[in-house]
Ligand binder design. Structure first.
Ligand code: BGC
Ligand code: NOJ
Length: 741
C-alpha cells in the first residue's frame, strides 16, 4: 500500500493522506539554521546545535505522535482546522504534502477555502519562512481568522526538558508590532534571541502557552482559537509561545498570502540593548524586511532551487529504470547531504541531545558527499583528523560546535583509524588535491602536536599494525563497526554502557571485519604512498597487507564463509561451531570488497553462503541464527530481541557492502538485486509494512526472526545513505574515482 507517490519532475514526494504509518519528515536548511518538518507541519528548529541552541520545543515519544510544530489554525464559523491536519485533526476535504529538496509544501482545503503552506530555510539566512497562501475557492465571500503557533524551547534542549524548578521562572518575551521576540536568558549570558513575525498588522497575539491553550487543554483544542480572539498575553516564566491572530476576508477566487518568519538573531555584546531591558531589534527588523513580500520569498525560493540544481548536477544517470534514476539523481544524494549536515544528531529517532559527531560515521558519510561539496569534505577531514590521538587511535566522537574530541564514549573502537584512510582516499580520488596531505593537523586538538595529514594516515595504519591478537588479526577494542559486538565488556548491571564497561584494551578479542578493512584501506594507503613518492613505504605496507590476507584466509576462514571475530576467551564468533550467530554479514562484504579470496574461490563461496543463510525478501539480515539469550561475552548484540537492530535485523548499512562485493566477483545482476531489496523507491508499494518514509533509507528493517518482519526504524541519519550511493554509483554503475583518474 502507498500513502503518496513520487513526482520526479518536481523532485518531490507527494503524500496524499495525513494518516501515514509514522511521521514522514523533511529537512530544511543546510548551513546553520535547520528545521525538521513532518508531513503534518510537526517538528522543530535549531541553530547549529540541536542540543544547545534549540529554538522551538518538541516532545519526543509523545502521544499522539508528533504533536508539536509550527501550526496554523483556521477558524471559519465554528469550524477549526489546520492545513496539515494536526493538531486539531479536523477532517479535510483535500490534503497533500510535497516534500522537496530543502522545502515542503502542505496544502489543506476545507469548505471551499484552500490553505497552502510553503516552508523553507533560505540559503544564507538564519530563519524558516512559512508562507501561508489562502484562497477562497467558493463562490461566496469568506471571513475567517488565522492563528499561528510555535512553542519556544529555552535553548538547551536537555535542560529544557528536565530542569523545571528553574525553567518555569526564566521565560521572557517582548512584543512589538507584529513581531514576538523570545529572549529568555538574554538579560544575562546569552547574545541571541528568536523572533516570530508576520508581514501584516495583526489583530492580536499571545505569548503565554497557558493563556493560549486554556486550562486543561492541549494544542488540539486551544481556548483562544475556540473563542476566535487572542488575549495579548505576555509570558512571565512558564512556557513562552508565539501566536499571531490575523482576521481575513476573501472574495470568491481571491487569494492572500501571509509570510511568517521564525528567525534566530545574534547581537554583539555591546549591541545587545536598545534601551535598558529592551533588546536591540535592528537585525531582526532587517531580517523581517528581507521576506516582507511575495516577490522576495519567490526570489529566495529560486535561490534554494538553484542551490540544489547545482549540487545534483555533478553526478546523474539516465537509465531505462525510472526508480534507479530517481534514487541516484534525487533522493539518495539528498539523503547524503542531510546526513552530512546532521551526522547522527537530529531526526525523529535521534533526539538531538545525544551523540556528538562519530569519527567512523563522519568518515563514511564523506564517501557519499565528497563529489557534491569537495571543499567542505576537505574541511571535515581536517576536523576529524585533528581529534586523532598521537598513537593513531581516535576519540569515537567529537562535538560539532567545538570540533573537539569528547570522552563521552572514549576511544578504543579499533576500526575508527582505518576509516580516516577511506575518507582521504575518496577525497583524493574525487579531487586530485594532494595538498591536503601536507596540511599540518593537530593530534588531540593540540597545536603543538600538529603533523601533516599524511602522518595521520601513517599512524592510523600503524595503530592496527601494532595492535594484533593471538591469531595475528586486529584487536577489536571496545567494538568495531558493529557497536554492539562488545567482546571486552562483560556487562551484567542494568543501565551500564555496553561500550564503555570493561577493559577496552582486551589483548585477545580480535576482529576479522577490521582485518578486511586493514586489507582494503591498507591497499588504498599504499596507493597514496606510491603517488607521493614513498615507494619503499608503500611496499612495506603491501607486505603487511599480504600477510593479513593470508591470516584472514586461515584463522579468519570458517570453511564456507569468513568468521566474524574471536572473543576474549579466544572462541570463534560467527563460525559453524557457534550455537547462535554462526554467520555474520559484515566480514563477507568487507573481505570480498578488499579482494580477499577473489582469486582462490573463498570470495564466491562466502557470498553464496550469504545468499543461502542470510538473505530474505526484504534484505540481508546481519547474522543467523539470531541470539535468543544474553551472551555476557558478546555484549549488546545479544541484548536485542531476535530480528531487531544488530541482532539479526536487516541493518541496511552493510547490505551495500555485499552488493559491492558481488560486483567484485562479477555478479552484477545479483548486486543489483541486493540493491533493490532495501532501496526505498523499489519498496514504496509496501509502505504499510515498511512504515518509514518511502524516499529515504532507514538504519534498520526488522529481520525474519522478528514479529514485525519488514518494518523499518531510524530513518534518515544512517551510513546507509553514503554506502548505497557508493554501491550504486561506483560499483553497479561503475564510475570509480581512483588516484589515477
Ligand atoms: C546501537 C546502539 C548504539 C549506537 C551508537 C546502534 O546501532 O544499536 O545501541 O548506542 O549504535 O553508535
Ligand atoms: C550506528 C552507529 O552510528 C554506527 O557507527 C555503527 O557502525 C552502527 N550503529 C552499527 O552498530
Amino acid at each position: 500500500m502507498k500513502f503518496g507517490h513520487f513526482d520526479d519532475d518536481a523532485r518531490e514526494y507527494v503524500i496524499t493522506t495525513p494518516r501515514t504509518p509514522l511521521p514522514w519528515i523533511n529537512y530544511l536548511g543546510s548551513e546553520a539554521f535547520f528545521s525538521l518538518v513532518s508531513h503534518t507541519a510537526g517538528g522543530y528548529s535549531f541553530y547549529k546545535d540541536a542540543k544547545l541552541r534549540r529554538i522551538t520545543r518538541y516532545r519526543y515519544n509523545n502521544v499522539p505522535a508528533d504533536s508539536n510544530g509550527r501550526y496554523y489554525y483556521i477558524k471559519e464559523g465554528s469550524t477549526i482546522w489546520n492545513p496539515g491536519w494536526q493538531p486539531t485533526q479536523t477532517e479535510l476535504d483535500f490534503y497533500e504534502c510535497r516534500h522537496g529538496l530543502g522545502y515542503s509544501i502542505i496544502t489543506g482545503k476545507k469548505n471551499g477555502l484552500a490553505a497552502r503552506l510553503e516552508l523553507f530555510v533560505p540559503v544564507g539566512d538564519n530563519c524558516e519562512i512559512d508562507r501561508l497562501v489562502l484562497t477562497n475557492e467558493s463562490d461566496v465571500p469568506k471571513s475567517f481568522t488565522v492563528f499561528s503557533y510555535v512553542e519556544f524551547c529555552l535553548w538547551n534542549a536537555v535542560d529544557d526538558s528536565t530542569n523545571f524548578q528553574r525553567n518555569f521562572s526564566t521565560g521572557e518575551v517582548e512584543v512589538e508590532g507584529s513581531t514576538i521576540y523570545h529572549k529568555t536568558e538574554y538579560r544575562e549570558r546569552r547574545d541571541h534571541y528568536a523572533l516570530f513575525t508576520v508581514n501584516t498588522p495583526i489583530d492580536g497575539f499571545d505569548t503565554s502557552r497557558d493563556a493560549f491553550l486554556g486550562a486543561w487543554r492541549s494544542n488540539a483544542n486551544p481556548e483562544v482559537v475556540e473563542n476566535g480572539r487572542c488575549t495579548n498575553s505576555v509570558a512571565h516564566g512558564w512556557a513562552p509561545v508565539g501566536v499571531h491572530q490575523v482576521n481575513v476576508t476573501l472574495q470568491p477566487g481571491e487569494s492572500r498570502s501571509l509570510i511568517f518568519v521564525l528567525g534566530y538573531i545574534e547581537n554583539p555584546e555591546d549591541e545587545k540593548w536598545a534601551a535598558p531591558g529592551v533588546i536591540n531589534k535592528t537585525r531582526a527588523q532587517a531580517m523581517a524586511a528581507r521576506y516582507a513580500t511575495d516577490a522576495q520569498v519567490d526570489a529566495a525560493l529560486a535561490r534554494l532551487h538553484a542551490h540544489w540544481n547545482n549540487l545534483l548536477s555533478t553526478y546523474a544517470v539516465r537509465s531505462s529504470d525510472e526508480k534507479l534514476d530517481r534514487m541516484v539523481n534525487i533522493w539518495n544524494q539528498y539523503q547524503c547531504m542531510v546526513t552530512f549536515n546532521m551526522s547522527r544528531s537530529a531526526s525523529y529517532y535521534e533526539s538531538g541531545t545525544g551523540r556528538g559527531m562519530g569519527f567512523r560515521d563522519s568518515c563514511q558519510d564523506l564517501l557519499g558527499f565528497v563529489h557534491l561539496i569537495p571543499a567542505r569534505a576537505r574541511e571535515r577531514i581536517l576536523d576529524i583528523a585533528a581529534t586523532q590521538f598521537p598513537d593513531g587511535s581516535a576519540y569515537h566522537q567529537y562535538q560539532p560546535l567545538t570540533k573537539k574530541g569528547n570522552m563521552d564514549i572514549g576511544s578504543g573502537f579499533n576500526d575508527d583509524p582505518l576509516w580516516l584512510i577511506a575518507a582521504v582516499y575518496a577525497y583524493l580520488g574525487e579531487t586530485g588535491d594532494y595538498s591536503i596531505l601536507d596540511e599540518p593537523v593537530d593530534f588531540d586538538n593540540d597545536h603543538s602536536l600538529a603533523q601533516p595529514l599524511l602522518e595521520h594516515l601513517r599512524r592510523s595504519f600503524g595503530y592496527l599494525r601494532t595492535h594484533k591478537g593471538p591469531h595475528g588479526l586486529p584487536l577489536i577494542g571496545r567494538a568495531d563497526w558493529n557497536d554492539c559486538l562488545n567482546l571486552n565488556c562483560f556487562s551484567d548491571t542494568p543501565g551500564e554502557s555496553f561500550q564503555t564497561t570493561g577493559p577496552s584494551e582486551g589483548p585477545v578479542a580480535e576482529s576479522v571485519f577490521i582485518a578486511g578493512m586493514y586489507v582494503k584501506y591498507g591497499n588504498e594507503f599504499a596507493e597514496i604512498l606510491d603517488s607521493t613518492a614513498h615507494t619503499d613505504e608503500a611496499a612495506a605496507v603491501r607486505a603487511e597487507v599480504a600477510e593479513m590476507e593470508h591470516t584472514v584466509l586461515t584463522a579468519g576462514w570458517d570453511g564456507s564463509w569468513f568468521r566474524r571475530a574471536y572473543d576474549a576467551y579466544g572462541h570463534v564468533v560467527g563460525g559453524q561451531e557457534c550455537e547462535e550467530g554462526q554467520i555474520f554479514i559484515e566480514p563477507q562484504g568487507m573481505c570480498v570488497m578488499a579482494g580477499i579470496g577473489v582469486n582462490t574461490g573463498e570470495a564466491v563461496t562466502a557470498l553464496q553462503s550469504v545468499k543461502d543463510k542470510l538473505d530474505t525478501k526484504y534484505g540481508i539480515v546481519l547474522l543467523q541464527p539470531a541470539y535468543t539469550k544474553y551472551h555476557l561475552e558478546l555484549g549488546e548484540i545479544s541484548s536485542y530481541p531476535p530480528g531487531y537492530k544488530e541482532n539479526a535485523g536487516i541493518f541496511c548499512h552493510n547490505n551495500p557492502w555485499v552488493s559491492c562485493a558481488e560486483t567484485v566477483v562479477g555478479h552484477g545482476d545479483r548486486a543489483f538485486e541486493i540493491y533493490k531489496k532495501t532501496c526505498p523507491a523499489y519498496i514504496e508499494d509496501i509502505s504499510e509494512i515498511h512504515r518509514t518514509e518511502p524516499y529515504v533509507y532507514s538504519q534498520m528493517v526488522a529481520g525474519c526472526d522478528a514479529a514485525t518482519f519488514g518494518e523499518a526504524k531510524n530513518s534518515w541519519l544512517t551510513g546507509t545513505a553514503a554506502w548505497t550511493f557508493v554501491d550504486v554509483s561506483q560499483y553497479i554503475l561503475g564510475i570509480q574515482p581512483t588516484l589515477a583518474g
